[in-house]
Design a binder for this molecule. Structure first.
Ligand code: C2O
Ligand code: CU
Length: 559
C-alpha cells in the first residue's frame, strides 16, 4: 500500500513550500496481549502508532485514510492549529467523521509548541488503540534549554481491555452505569511482567552508564491518572505539554490522560536492571483497574545483574498529597528565549462547575447507575450533547441554525457548597444541551474550574483544544474569588493543554483567545467525556484576514 511514512517538513522554509505529504492509514490489525488475541484498530498496523517528528513551527499535510470499519477522526492533541480548527479532529465538533473507505487530508500547523505531544482518534473510544507520539524538535540551529541528552525515547502509557473496545464502549453506553475497567495498563504497548503472557515482550530501555536521556512520557490511558517511577532513579521534569518547565527532580511523577512530560534520566546508578512501573492514582469512591504495568531499564556493559530487578516505590493509589505535590510543583521556564505571557488584565471571567451527575433511566430501561439512574456528567449543570447531523464548526461557518446554542453559562447556575460531603440530591440531574461560549477575538480569559462532590467527587484532567492555558492557581474546597486570587502565580505558572482539577477542589486557568475557531473543552477521562463533561468555545474572527479563520479545505468529510 505504498509507503506510509509520517513525513517531516524542514522548518525555516516558506509556508506553502514547507509541506510534505505523509499518510496515516487507519486499519485493523491482530494483536495478542494477556494471552488473548483480538483485532484492534491501529494506524499503519502499529500499536502504539507511529511517532510523528516535526520541528517547531512546521506545517505538515497528513493524508488520513480510513480503511477500518468505523467512522473515525484524528486529533492532534495540544497542537494549537492557529486559525485552522478544520483539522482539529473532535467528531461533530470541528468535522464530521471520515467514513470507512474515505480519506481526509489534514493540515497540521505547529506554532509555539516544542517538546512532546501526541495524536489520537477523537471518535467514540477508538483512541484506546489509535494513538501515537508527536515529537517537536527545536528549530534548526537552536537547542534544548538543557544539555543535549545522549538518547531520547518515548514512553507511551496505555490502557488495554481483553474485550473489543468498541464492545466495552457500546455496553457502557447501553448500561447507564460505569464502564468495565481495563485489564491492564501498558508502556509502549506492553503490559509487563506482572501480567500473564507478558513477560517476554516487556518493553526494555537499554542505556549507557553515566549519561543523560530524555524520556518523553505520553499518557494515552483512557480513564485513569497514573503514577510512574523508575527504581533507584530520579526523573527531572524539563517540559510538560510541549512547553518547557523549570527543572524539577522527583522520584515519581503523576500524569493524566492527555498530558505529556519530558523528563531527564541520569543513568548514575550501579549498572544493573531496574523496573519502571506505572499504576493508577485515583481517590474517588469508584472501581478502578488497580494493576501495575512495568518496563525495564537496563544498563549496557559487563556485570552480573541482580536476580530480580528492584522495583520502584510508587505512591499509594489514593495518595492525593503525593499527586498534588508533584502536579502543582511544576513551573514554567522563564527566559529570554522562553518568555511567558500570562494575561493580567482580564476581559472575561468564567467559572464552571464540573460534576458527575445522573439522569433518570430511559423509559422502560434498566440502568446501572446509582439507584437505577443513568450516569452523566456536566459543566455548569449542562451535560453536553454532541451534535449528530452537523458539526459545530460547519454550522458556525455556514450559519446553519439549530445545531448549537450560545448559552453556556459564565457562572454556575446553582451556587451551593460545591465540595461538601452531602450536597443536595436535587442538584444531581443536569440539563442537556449543545451550548457554546462565544469569545471575542483576543479577549483575555480566566476560567475557574470548580470540582464538585455531586454523585462522586473525583480528579478531572480538563483539556482545551486550540490553546494552552496558564494554570495560575489551585486549591481544595470552593474557590473564593476574594482570597484565592491574591495568591495566584502570574510569574511562572505552568503552560498546559490538560490540567488536573483536584478532587473537591478547583483550578484557575488563563489564556488569550487569539485563535479564531471552534475549540472543544472536556475532561480527558473518556468515560466523563462520553457522559458530557464537555463544552466548546467559539472564538470570533479578528478584524483582518490574518486574524480570521482559514477557509475550509476542499475535502472536508461530508456529514
Ligand atoms: Cu486529547 Cu479532545 O483530546
Ligand atoms: Cu473527569
Amino acid at each position: 500500500m505504498g509507503h506510509h511514512k509520517l513525513g517531516v517538513v524542514p522548518s525555516g522554509v516558506e509556508l506553502g513550500a514547507a509541506i510534505t505529504l505523509s499518510a496515516v492509514v487507519v486499519k485493523e490489525a491482530r494483536y495478542k496481549r494477556l494471552c488473548k488475541s483480538k483485532k484492534i484498530l491501529t494506524v499503519n498496523g502499529k500499536f502504539p502508532g507511529p511517532t510523528l517528528h516535526v520541528h517547531k513551527g512546521d506545517t505538515i499535510l497528513v493524508d488520513v485514510y480510513n480503511r477500518g470499519i468505523y467512522n473515525i477522526t484524528i486529533h492532534w492533541h495540544g497542537v494549537k492549529q492557529p486559525r485552522n480548527p478544520w483539522s482539529d479532529g473532535p467528531e461533530y465538533i470541528t468535522q464530521c467523521p471520515i467514513k470507512p473507505g474515505h480519506r481526509f487530508t489534514e493540515k497540521v500547523i505547529f506554532s509555539e509548541e516544542e517538546g512532546t505531544l501526541w495524536w489520537h482518534a477523537h471518535s467514540d473510544w477508538s483512541r484506546a488503540t489509535v494513538h501515537g507520539a508527536i515529537v517537536i524538535h527545536p528549530k534548526h540551529g537552536t537547542s534544548y534549554p538543557f544539555p543535549k541528552p545522549l538518547g531520547e525515547v518515548q514512553l507511551i502509557f496505555g490502557e488495554w481491555w481483553k474485550a473489543d473496545v468498541m464492545q466495552v464502549y457500546r455496553q457502557f453506553m447501553a448500561s447507564g452505569g460505569a464502564p468495565n475497567i481495563s485489564d491492564a495498563y501498558t508502556i509502549n504497548g506492553q503490559p509487563g511482567v506482572l501480567y500473564p503472557c507478558s513477560k517476554r515482550d516487556t518493553y526494555k530501555l537499554k542505556v549507557e552508564y553515566g549519561k543523560t536521556y530524555l524520556l518523553r512520557l505520553v499518557s494515552a490511558a483512557m480513564n485513569e491518572i497514573l503514577f510512574f517511577a523508575i527504581a533507584n532513579h530520579n526523573l527531572t521534569v524539563v517540559g510538560a505539554d510541549a512547553s518547557y518547565t523549570k527543572r524539577s527532580t522527583n522520584d515519581y511523577v503523576a500524569i493524566a490522560p492527555g498530558q505529556t512530560l519530558d523528563c531527564l534520566l541520569h543513568t548514575n546508578q550501579n549498572p544493573n536492571h531496574y523496573y519502571m512501573a506505572a499504576r493508577a492514582f485515583t481517590a474517588g469512591p469508584i472501581a478502578f483497574d488497580n494493576t501495575t504495568t512495568t518496563a525495564i531499564l537496563q544498563y549496557n556493559g559487563n556485570y552480573t545483574p541482580s536476580s530480580s530487578p528492584s522495583f520502584p516505590s510508587l505512591p499509594y493509589y489514593n495518595d492525593t498529597s503525593s499527586a498534588y505535590n508533584f502536579i502543582f510543583s511544576l513551573r514554567s521556564l522563564v527566559s529570554e528565549n522562553h518568555p511567558v505571557y500570562v494575561p493580567i488584565h482580564l476581559k472575561k471571567r468564567l467559572e464552571s462547575t464540573i460534576a458527575i451527575k445522573t439522569f433518570p433511566c430511559y423509559p422502560n430501561g434498566t440502568c446501572q447507575g446509582p439507584n437505577g439512574t443513568r450516569l452523566a456528567a456536566s459543566m455548569n449543570n449542562i451535560s453536553f450533547a454532541i451534535p449528530q447531523r452537523f458539526d459545530i464548526l460547519e454550522a458556525y461557518y455556514y450559519h446553519i441554525n439549530g445545531v448549537y446554542k450560545k448559552n453556556f453559562p459564565s457562572f454556575p447556575p446553582f451556587v451551593f457548597n460545591f465540595t461538601e460531603d452531602y450536597p443536595p440530591l436535587y442538584l444531581n440531574t443536569p440539563k442537556r444541551g449543545t451550548e457554546v461560549k462565544v469569545l471575542k477575538y483576543n479577549s483575555t480569559v480566566q476560567m475557574v474550574l470548580q470540582g464538585t462532590n455531586l454523585v462522586a467527587g473525583l480528579d478531572h484532567p480538563m483539556h482545551l483544544h486550540g490553546f494552552s492555558f496558564y494554570v495560575v492557581g489551585w486549591g481544595l474546597g470552593n474557590f473564593d474569588k476574594h482570597n484565592d486570587t491574591k495568591n495566584f502565580n502570574l510569574v511562572d505558572p505552568p503552560f498546559r493543554n490538560t490540567a488536573i482539577v483536584p478532587r473537591k477542589g478547583w483550578i484557575a486557568v488563563r489564556f488569550k483567545a487569539s485563535n479564531p475557531g471552534v475549540w472543544f473543552m472536556h475532561c480527558h477521562l473518556d468515560r466523563h467525556l462520553t457522559w458530557g463533561m464537555d463544552m466548546a468555545f467559539i472564538v470570533k474572527n479578528g478584524k483582518s484576514p490574518q486574524t480570521s479563520l482559514l477557509p475550509p479545505p476542499p475535502d472536508m468529510p461530508p456529514c
